[in-house]
Design a protein. Structure first.
Length: 452
């Protein structure tokens, strides 16, 4: 084969890879609006108000006859959603690796989540149970879809490109979140001018996130390509229930203890990150007494700064390595939560400063964790391993919301609930600091980048 032929083939391969990468970015663009508008801004306070409308004289609702404080219902629903995801994700991940057909599974999960989110338009009156069910379906579907989406990263980006590609994906997502949140803010603040009630405006914002999610998912489904079945995965048991497949996945991970050590650290600190994201608006509205417009503005600030933060921390990783950069971000998270505990009620300026601090580290800590984990996955097991990774990602954590909800249930104080989350960042930092990532990458059978 001549030199020109080799160069042409390499050029075509690089062009094809960039095309896939651009399509891959657009799934973050599609689904991040759900995480921003629904999970972070509107659904927490709105579902809490719906639950309070249905509560008895003591402030409790009774789903399935179980007494639950109305203020804890949203947190418990988020926690329950990950239990559903835990049962489904390993099964879907193994099926994706076994068949090599990730794209149809990605589309099915994405459109199920988009449909559930669009259905939130009908969440009115005292229909808190409907809201809980739709939240559980949307969150579980989002977990499955994100697991499949993340598993494409090792296939579309060589090791030296992954930090940058992962960071660009997060930046795309935060840019989309900012754009839609501006439109949400206009509708919410001027709902009278549009001839709708405040409640209807919130329900339109919720449903529009589902329509956006479904609409833009078409782009990655057109651009990404399946790469055929993976033979080692084919040898696995063809039909394993979700819990049994999870056990099988964890058992397989025990052959790569350093990968498992990183995953444990990630599951701990990211549980804290995702709980802060999902519960911050409840904390701001219920404990600090801030208006919905203030909360929307704060989250919009987070989205704008997260774009710069994701790209900026990606550059820092090229100098200091992904692991050190993530460790620095965990220190920043801990300090931010401590400041939030002492923030006085009715102090929007202080809340905006905290939002700015979160925005600068949010996207980068998540993007670099994703790219770092991609180096630790044995070739051919991307979807299966990312199913375990995804269990604590994008607001689907269960222990953090459960701790937050239980703490509020026992103390009646959202300040106590928010400060309890510091434990996740301290423990996560200690666990990550102990992981020898260069040795872990080599043990997984992957080339070790110069900076990691």
């Amino acid at each position: 084969m001549g030199t020109d032929t080799v160069r042409t083939a390499a050029s075509e391969e690089a062009a094809g890879r960039r095309r896939e990468q651009r399509g891959w970015y657009f799934y973050d663009w599609a689904c991040s609006v759900y995480s921003t508008s629904v999970l972070t801004v509107f659904l927490g306070p709105y579902l809490t108000s719906v639950a309070k409308e249905a509560a008895d004289a003591e402030g409790y609702v009774h789903p399935l006859g179980i007494p639950v404080r109305a203020g804890s219902f949203f947190a418990y629903s988020v926690s329950l959603s990950v239990i559903v995801a835990v049962l489904v994700m390993p099964l879907v991940g193994a099926a994706a690796d076994r068949s090599g057909r990730k794209k149809p599974l990605l589309g099915a999960a994405a459109y199920l989540g988009a449909a559930a989110t669009t259905g939130m338009f009908f969440l009115g009156g005292d229909r808190y149970l409907l809201g809980g069910v739709l939240l559980i379906v949307a969150n579980a579907a989002q977990s499955v879809a994100m697991m499949l989406y993340n598993s494409y990263l090792p296939q579309i980006a060589p090791p030296e490109e992954r930090d940058a590609v992962s960071s660009r994906g997060w930046a795309f997502g935060y840019a989309a979140g900012s754009l839609v949140l501006v439109a949400n803010l206009v509708l919410y603040l001027a709902h009278d001018s549009f001839g709708v009630s405040e409640s209807t405006a919130v329900r339109i914002c919720l449903a529009s996130a589902g329509l956006w999610w479904g609409g833009f998912t078409i782009i990655p489904l057109l651009r990404l390509r399946d790469r055929g079945r993976d033979e080692p995965a084919v040898a696995r048991e063809a039909t394993a229930p979700g819990l049994r497949q999870l056990v099988a996945t964890v058992r397989d991970m025990r052959r790569h203890p350093l990968t498992l050590a990183f995953l444990l650290a990630y599951l701990v600190y990211n549980d804290g990150i995702q709980t802060v994201i999902s519960q911050a608006s409840v904390y701001g509205s219920e404990e600090l007494g801030l208006s919905q417009s203030t909360l929307i503005g704060a989250v919009l600030l987070v989205q704008v700064l997260a774009v710069a933060g994701a790209l900026g921390m990606g550059r820092l990783a090229r100098t200091y390595g992904a692991k050190r950069t993530i460790l620095g971000s965990l220190i920043a998270w801990t300090l931010t939560l401590g400041a939030g505990y002492f923030l006085p009620a009715g102090a929007p300026v202080g809340f905006f400063l905290l939002a700015a601090a979160i925005g600068l580290v949010l996207g980068g800590s998540q993007a670099l964790s994703r790219s770092l984990f991609s180096h630790l996955v044995p070739p051919g097991k991307e979807a299966e391993y990312f199913s375990a990774y995804e269990m604590s990602d994008r607001g689907m954590s269960w222990l953090g919301p459960l701790l937050f909800g239980v703490t509020y249930q026992l103390t009646g104080s959202y300040r106590d609930a928010i400060i309890s989350l510091v434990a996740f960042f301290v423990i996560g930092f200690a666990l990550l600091a102990r992981v020898p990532v260069r040795r872990a990458i080599g043990a997984a059978g992957n080339p070790v980048p110069e900076k990691i």
